[in-house]
Design a protein around this ligand. Sequence first.
Ligand code: MN3
Length: 218
Amino acid sequence: MTIELPDLPYAYEALEPLISSVTLRTHHGKHHRAYVDKTNALVKDTNLAAGSLETIVKHCASRAAADPALTPLFNNAAQAWNHAFYWNCLRPKSPRGPQGALAARLRSDFGDERRFADALKSAATGHFGSGWAWLVLDDGALKIVTTSNADTPIVRGQTPLLVIDVWEHAYYLDHQERRAVYVAGVVDSLLNWEFAERNFERSRSGRTDAATSMSAAG
Ligand code: MN3
């Protein structure tokens, strides 16, 4: 199947002033599009050409050690998946924090919402180099993890609930080297907790296909 660049679930201006339309147009229209285009070019005429994006990512991750030629495909496909997930993790001026069962689990696993927010900010700001800071469900426990470059929790048996892109292209046009300003702004006002709650509920009900929850994000 041809991998498509998903539309942003909001307007390019919707996350201003923290994330400008210039950043979103470049990040979505150039960076994300390039990962999608390269993935399609690399799977063309291979036995992976019929697979979903998630299938391609998982296949490459499981074989890349034995077949280093799969590494470029993994990097592009995983970046395409991570970005499609990331867009859904943001929403304009998020009107509320976590609610319901996820909020209760955050309190039991992290102490309270403030401590969770501080831990996520610290992990995202402190991650060395390019990568991603995630809230995941790992063997039944909520965890904050970071991954480098294109690496993604979906190849580690973890279910992602939220992610923050901490590659420089996510914030440099707006905030230069001040990653902490971008991270704090995202955590405090732009996280889409309804999306995280849907991912949490699906995972608890045994539906672990994060791509399904992504397409249902609206
Ligand atoms: Mn990015």
